[in-house]
Design a binder for this molecule. Structure first.
Ligand SMILES: [Zn+2]
Length: 278
């Protein structure tokens, strides 16, 4: 028995610990098998995860998950630009209460999304300002979403400088946008978008330009299943166990080993979100 437990412990200790900094684990597509998803992630070496909150209710669910898995799961509390029109004084107070919870390691996701404009741009800007102020008040970083709104996004962040730290989650932009983000001091979150040869190929050449201490990895599951994953799950659902696949693509694009990227990105994630070392 002792021999068996030693073997199990050796197997369970991942050679390359990774942190998924953006996983929508409170999403209902995980309702039937969430514990198995978490177990597969740990078996794949994803030792910690930051569960994304995108609405007030979703952020509360993310906090509940983080409380149930102390030291392993953490949460963000925020209102995504799609839902910005729902953010009023009452829900902002609720968000502020959540943001102070010890399991909450960032405010967000927040930002601007003019691709679909599911909330009017003026409401998006207001919600973004409020959440940047909230992050400064609670002393936590921001988890940022931006699509088709880069110039205004940068302008608003600049207005609030130097009172924030944060990550541009799911970066998919151009070299020019990358340089603007880096110049502002943002960390860069890379998803499986980089594994899509139709729309993510331009990111490969940008990877060596991101300083190691500001490069973070995320799946954004259940969205953005890496397109070159083989075999693909029948469900087409992305999950954190696929993070090593994304990490391997990023490491190759940077001309470094998976171990080296894992070490730097894990250190960077712990530094930004003040995560404990398990
Ligand atoms: Zn997002």
């Amino acid at each position: 028995m002792a021999d068996h437990s030693t073997a199990a412990a050796t197997l369970a200790a991942p050679a390359v610990p990774l942190i998924d900094i953006g996983i929508n684990l409170a999403h209902d597509s995980y309702d039937r098998d969430r514990d198995a998803v978490i177990a597969r992630a740990h078996a794949a070496g994803v030792v910690q995860m930051v569960v994304t909150g995108a609405t007030l209710a979703g952020s509360a669910r993310a906090v509940a998950l983080a409380r149930a898995h102390p030291g392993r799961l953490f949460a963000t509390a925020g209102v995504h630009p799609h839902h910005a029109a729902d953010l009023d004084a009452a829900s902002l107070a609720g968000l502020a209460e959540l943001a102070r919870d010890p399991t909450v390691v960032a405010v967000g996701e927040c930002g601007l999304d003019y691709f679909r404009n599911l909330s009017p741009p003026a409401a998006q800007r207001q919600a973004f300002h409020w959440q940047l102020e909230l992050a400064a008040r609670v002393g936590k970083p921001v988890f940022l979403h931006q699509r088709d709104a880069h110039d205004e996004f940068i302008a608003i962040l600049r207005e609030h400088a130097p009172h924030w730290r944060g990550v541009a989650h799911c970066f998919t932009g151009s070299a020019e946008q990358l340089h603007a983000d880096l110049q502002l001091g943002l960390a860069i979150g890379i998803t499986g978008w980089i594994c899509d040869e139709r729309r993510g190929a331009h990111l490969l050449a940008l990877m060596p330009q991101v300083p190691a201490e500001r490069l973070l990895l995320e799946t954004d599951g259940p969205y953005l299943l890496p397109r070159d994953l083989n075999p693909k799950p029948a469900s087409r659902r992305n999950e954190p166990a696929y993070l090593p696949h994304i990490a391997a693509a990023v490491a190759q694009a940077r001309g470094e080993t998976l171990e080296s990227l894992a070490r730097s990105s894990t250190t960077a994630a712990r530094a930004l979100f003040a995560l404990p070392t398990p």
